[in-house]
Write a protein that binds this ligand. Structure first.
Ligand code: AMP
Length: 471
C-alpha cells in the first residue's frame, strides 16, 4: 500500500514523501480512510505506531476544504512534550498548506500563547489546564470547531486531567468529529469514550501490553549497588549510541546523571522538577547528539519521539508493568531496531515477573563477567576486572502466546499486593500544565506519577491494575 491510494491531497502526500515515509503504518492505513469518511474513531495504539500522522494527515486534508476565521480543530494532549511534538508534526505535514497552528501548555509564559490565539488559529494543540486558563480569559471560541482529538487519554487519566477534559468538552459543539486515542482502556477512559463518540470505528493496532516488535530485550540481574558500574560498562563496551536511561525518582535521575558525568559521559537529566526551558534544552541536545545519555523519569516514557535512540535502559523497573512497554517503545521507533536493557535487582524480581506476564513473554537473561549477581554474597559483590560474556542476549524473542493471568497487582518488594498506606497519592494530582512555572508531575517523595485514589482502583481492560502508589 502507498500513501497515494489513501485519497489524501497532493500537497499532503508531498510533505509525507519529503519525510521519506514510503508506506503507511498499519494505524495510518486504517485510520486515514475512516477519518476522511468523517467517522468518529477510537485508536487503541501505543506511541511509535505512527498515530500522529494517522490523525493529522486526514485532518489537514479536511481543513483544505473550506475556510473559517475561527478554530476548527482542537487536539488535547496530556503533556507539554507531546503538545510540542504534535504541533511540530502538524507543521511538518502541513508545510505546503496555509494553515495556522498554535500550541498552548503550562510552565511557560502566557503572552506568546495569548498573542497566537488572538491572531486566530485553525488548529490548536493544548494541554487541558492551560487551555482552561485561556478559555476563562475568553480567548478561545469553539463555534466553528469541526474536529476534536483526544490523544493519550489513559495518560490524561493517570495525571488527573479527566475532570478538566470533561469541563472543556461541555463547551464544545456536539456536532463534530471526535478522534480518541489511548494505549490502554481503563474503565474511566472507556466510559468517557462511550459518552463522547458516535458509532466510532475502532482500530486496535497492538494488543495492550505488546512491546514494539523490533525491540530486543534483555535482563541483567545485578545488585543495586553495582548497577551504575554495569551501566557504564555496557555503555562503553556495547558501544551504545544514544541511550535513554529510566529511573523511578527525580532524585535518582539527578544523582545518576551526576555520577555518569563524573565518568566522562555527556549526560543530562529530564524530569518534572526541571524547568520547561531546561527540559527542552536537554531534549534538543539529546536529539542533536551533543549529549549521549538522557536520564529520565517516566515523564519521558510516553509520546516522546526522539529518533535514533539505540538503547533504552531500565535502571530501575517501573512501578507499573504497562510503563515498561511505554518506556521501551522509545527505541525502535517506526521500522528501526533498538535494544531495551533492564538492570534488575533482587527486590525487583516480582516486578519483572509482572512485566513478563503482561507482555506474554520471558525476557532473555544475560550476564557480564564480574557483574553476576550472587544470591549468597549480599548486595555488594566485590569489583573485579571483567570480560564481557554474553549469554542468550537477543537469543530469539520468545513469541509465546500471551498468558495473562488475571489482574496483576501493584508491585511490592515481597511480591504481595499492598493496599492503601500512609503515602498514597491524593485523587487529584497537582495540575501540571495549568500552574505557571510549576513542574508537570505530581510529586510525592520525589516520584512522578499518577492521580488515582485507592477507591478508584479498577482492573484495566486486559486485566492489569493501574497504580496510584508512591514509593
Ligand atoms: P508516532 O507514533 O506518531 O509518535 O510516530 C512515531 C514515529 O514514526 C515518528 O518518528 C514518525 O516520524 C514516524 N513515522 C510516522 N509514520 C511513518 C511512516 N509511514 N513511515 C515511517 N515512519 C513513520
Amino acid at each position: 500500500m502507498s500513501f497515494d491510494t489513501l485519497g489524501l491531497a497532493p500537497e499532503i502526500i508531498r510533505a509525507v514523501k519529503a519525510k521519506n515515509y514510503e508506506t503507511p503504518t498499519p494505524i495510518q492505513a486504517k485510520a486515514i480512510p475512516a477519518i476522511l469518511d468523517g467517522k468518529d474513531l477510537i485508536g487503541c495504539a501505543q506511541t511509535g505506531t505512527g498515530k500522529t500522522a494517522g490523525f493529522t494527515l486526514p485532518i489537514l486534508h479536511r481543513l483544505m476544504a473550506g475556510k473559517s476565521p475561527s478554530l476548527r480543530v482542537l487536539v488535547l494532549v496530556p503533556t507539554r512534550e507531546l503538545a510540542a511534538q504534535v504541533s511540530d508534526s502538524i507543521k511538518t505535514y502541513g508545510r505546503f498548506l496555509r494553515l495556522r497552528t498554535a500550541v498552548v501548555y503550562g510552565g511557560v509564559g502566557y503572552a506568546p500563547q495569548i498573542q497566537a490565539l488572538r491572531n486566530g488559529v485553525d488548529i490548536l494543540v493544548a494541554t487541558p489546564g492551560r487551555l482552561l486558563d485561556h478559555m476563562r480569559q475568553g480567548l478561545v471560541r469553539y463555534n466553528a470547531l469541526e474536529v476534536l482529538v483526544i490523544d493519550e487519554a489513559d495518560r490524561m487519566l493517570d495525571m488527573g486531567f479527566l475532570p478538566d477534559v470533561r469541563t472543556i468538552l461541555k463547551t464544545l459543539p456536539t456536532q463534530r468529529q471526535t478522534l480518541f486515542f489511548s494505549a490502554t482502556m481503563p474503565p474511566e477512559v472507556q466510559r468517557l469514550a462511550n459518552e463522547i463518540l458516535k458509532q466510532p470505528t475502532v482500530i486496535e493496532i497492538a494488543r495492550q501490553g505488546t512491546t514494539a516488535k523490533n525491540v530486543r530485550q534483555v535482563v541483567y540481574s545485578i545488585d543495586t549497588a553495582r548497577k551504575r558500574d554495569l551501566l557504564v560498562h555496557l555503555i562503553d563496551k556495547e558501544q551504545m549510541g544514544q541511550v535513554l536511561v529510566f529511573t523511578r525518582t527525580k532524585h535518582r535521575a539527578d544523582h545518576l546523571a551526576g555520577q555518569l558525568e563524573r565518568t566522562g559521559k555527556r549526560v543530562a537529566a529530564i524530569h518534572g522538577n526541571k524547568s520547561q526551558a531546561a527540559r527542552t534544552k536537554a531534549l534538543e541536545a539529546f536529539r542533536r547528539g551533543s549529549i549521549q545519555v538522557l536520564v529520565a523519569t517516566n515523564l519521558a516514557a510516553r509520546g516522546l519521539d526522539v529518533k535514533g535512540i539505540s538503547h533504552v535502559v531500565n535502571y530501575e523497573l517501573p512501578e507499573v508493568p504497562e510503563d515498561y512497554v511505554h518506556r521501551i517503545g522509545r527505541t525502535a521507533r517506526a521500522e528501526a531496531a533498538g535494544d531495551a536493557i533492564s538492570l534488575v535487582a533482587p527486590h525487583e524480581r516480582e516486578q519483572l515477573r509482572e512485566i513478563e506476564r503482561l507482555i506474554g513473554e520471558k525476557i532473555p537473561q544475560s550476564t557480564v563477567e564480574g557483574f553476576e549477581h550472587r544470591p549468597d554474597t549480599g548486595t555488594d559483590a566485590p569489583k573485579r576486572s571483567f570480560q564481557p560474556r554474553r549469554e542468550g542476549r537477543h537469543a530469539g524473542r520468545n513469541s509465546g502466546a500471551a498468558h495473562r493471568q488475571g489482574p496483576s497487582r501493584r508491585f511490592s518488594e515481597r511480591g504481595a499486593p499492598r493496599f492503601a498506606q500512609g503515602n498514597e497519592r491524593s485523587l487529584r494530582s497537582p495540575r501540571a500544565d495549568s500552574a505557571p512555572h510549576q513542574g508537570p508531575g505530581p510529586a510525592r517523595n520525589g516520584q512522578e506519577g499518577h492521580g488515582h485514589k485507592p477507591a478508584d482502583r479498577q482492573p484495566v481492560a486486559g486485566g492489569s491494575w493501574r497504580r496510584w502508589s508512591s514509593n
